[in-house]
Write a new protein. Structure first.
Length: 188
């Protein structure tokens, strides 16, 4: 019996030597499964990290755009507020021009005329400092971008045909943007 028993063992040893992976097959499968789990978990983490980076970059760019947009809007609001105020003062400027013209024709007290002209000039300087500028149209080509023709007038000089021969109301620019068209008479 002992010979049989030792023969059985030697047969088992020989079988293990011939096929050593059979004995460790359970360990190898569990290592591969763990390795596969780790690599897929690592892939998932890498994908999540890339997604988070992309979200961060997009959020940062969106915030940067928001800052630029709000800054631009604030500047536009300030300019629009100035435009509304200065636009309403244009009629006052027209009245000042008419008053100045009348004072030069009349025989008023020279000190009163001088004081009034100082006030008018001060008002003009303040508005010019804020970006208001009148533009000249008299004897220039009629420009539909800046001029509003209220009538046409026959002219003797052929050089004045199509040109502004009279200015009824001045046109103004605020920060190089048109805020009021000049009302003019065009020669024909």
């Amino acid at each position: 019996m002992s010979k049989n028993h030792s023969n059985d063992r030697s047969e088992e040893n020989e079988a293990e030597e011939l096929n050593p992976s059979q004995g460790n097959e359970g360990n190898s499968n569990s290592e591969e499964t763990t390795s596969n789990d780790n690599s897929s978990e690592l892939e998932n983490m890498k994908n999540t990290l890339e997604e988070q980076k992309d979200k961060y970059i997009r959020l940062f760019a969106e915030f940067d755009n928001y800052k630029r947009r709000t800054s631009k809007e604030m500047i536009e609001i300030r300019l629009t507020a100035a435009k509304d105020l200065i636009g309403s003062l244009l009629d006052v400027l027209d009245d000042m021009d008419r008053a100045e013209e009348q004072m030069s024709k009349s025989e008023s007290d020279p000190q009163l005329v001088e004081g009034t002209l100082l006030i008018f000039n001060k008002m003009r300087r303040i508005l010019e400092a804020k970006g208001l500028k009148a533009f000249e149209t008299l004897h220039t080509e009629f420009d539909v971008e800046k001029d509003e023709a209220i009538s046409e007038m026959p002219v003797e000089d052929k050089k004045l045909i199509g040109k502004v021969v009279a200015e009824v109301q001045k046109g103004y620019l605020l920060n190089d943007k048109l805020i009021r068209y000049a009302k003019v008479v065009v020669g024909k």
